[in-house]
Design a protein around this ligand. Structure first.
Ligand code: NAP
Length: 294
């Protein structure tokens, strides 16, 4: 029997429609109000990495689709850290900007941690700021990294029970594996994080009810890693020898064994940008609420 395909494309378009409806109604309620400021997202792109340029373009298109204003800031790859910090400081104070993200990776001479930490936690729509990371691990309300939140939303919207399930996440990066582990733990899964030094990886993965691959290696997770009837979430985005986009999971094998699986493309990747829109709206609501209280 073949697995149910969890379509990120379908789920994302439903979420985007909800976001658009909320923003449209916000705008119509405020028609004629000169003080009204619509949600706005600032995207900083440093250097000319072609992949980053595509991601930034997709984010701006998503903004325009749902009615979020987007502000693009492009800086040369030889920009100094102080120049970026001063732009972030300006954006932190800009009332038109409710979300700020700096597209990663950064050029080598720029310290990623100092850039991430300079973004106001309230506007940190990527959820990478240490305060948001701390709040997430404490199970508190915060801005959560988009890709892992997208994975959990896909599971929930697909009606897949998380509570009490054994979840194995392969990959321990700060942007995917670790925050996803916190999220799944907060949803009462029993979580194991695996990485390149993990022993008996295949056997470990075969115990998972929910297996997440966030490795960055094309087709690494073969059918042998998957328990019959497991749910498989493929976060990987890789290019194969024919330059086709492929996941970390060998889809043709996995689909025969799993109960449900996310495809690549059309799975987690599409969700990431959609959750960014959701996070921007959440940041906007948080900032507006705070302003009302002062
Ligand atoms: P990363 O920072 O390179 O982390 C990869 C992780 O995989 C590391 O923890 C590494 O272990 C582990 N790993 C590598 N080889 C392994 C092996 N042989 N056995 C077990 N674990 C192994 O990558 P990332 O940023 O998390 O991204 C992972 C993948 O997701 C990439 O394909 C990336 O393009 C994709 N991605 C997709 C989205 C999306 O929107 N869908 C967003 C972000 C990333 P060590 O820590 O021991 O090195």
């Amino acid at each position: 029997m073949s697995a149910v395909i969890i379509s990120g494309k379908d789920i994302a378009s439903r979420i985007r429609a909800e976001i658009k409806t909320e923003i449209d109604s916000l705008k119509s309620r405020n028609e004629g109000n000169n003080d009204f400021i619509p949600p706005g997202l600032a995207v900083i792109l440093i250097g000319d990495d072609p992949g980053s340029k595509i991601y930034v373009r997709n984010k701006r298109t998503a903004c325009s689709d749902v009615g979020i204003r987007s502000f693009a800031y492009e800086m040369d790859s030889d920009v100094t850290e102080n120049q970026i910090l001063s732009l972030i400081d300006q954006l932190n104070r800009d009332p038109n900007v409710h979300g700020i993200l700096c597209q990663l990776p950064l050029p080598e001479h720029i310290d990623e941690y100092s850039i991430i930490s300079a973004i106001s936690p309230q506007k940190d729509v990527d959820g990478f700021h240490p305060i948001n990371k701390g709040l997430l691990s404490m199970g508190k309300n915060c801005l959560v990294p988009c890709t892992p939140l997208g994975c959990v939303e896909m599971l929930k919207i697909s009606g897949i029970e998380i509570s009490g399930k054994d979840c194995v996440i392969v990959g321990r990066s700060n942007i995917v594996g670790k925050p996803l582990a916190s999220l799944m733990l907060n949803e009462n899964a029993t979580v194991t994080i695996a990485h390149s030094k993990t022993r008996n990886l295949k056997e470990l993965c075969r115990k998972a009810d929910i297996l997440v691959a966030a490795i960055g290696k094309c087709g690494f997770i073969t059918g042998e890693f998957i328990k019959k009837g497991a749910v498989v979430i493929d976060v990987g985005i890789n290019r194969d020898e024919n330059n086709k986009v492929r996941g970390d999971v060998l889809f043709d094998e996995a689909v025969q064994i799993a109960a449900a699986i996310t495809p690549v493309p059309g799975g987690v990747g599409v969700m990431t940008t959609t959750i960014l829109m959701k996070n921007t709206l959440k940041a906007y609501r948080g900032i507006i609420e705070k302003e009302k209280q002062t």
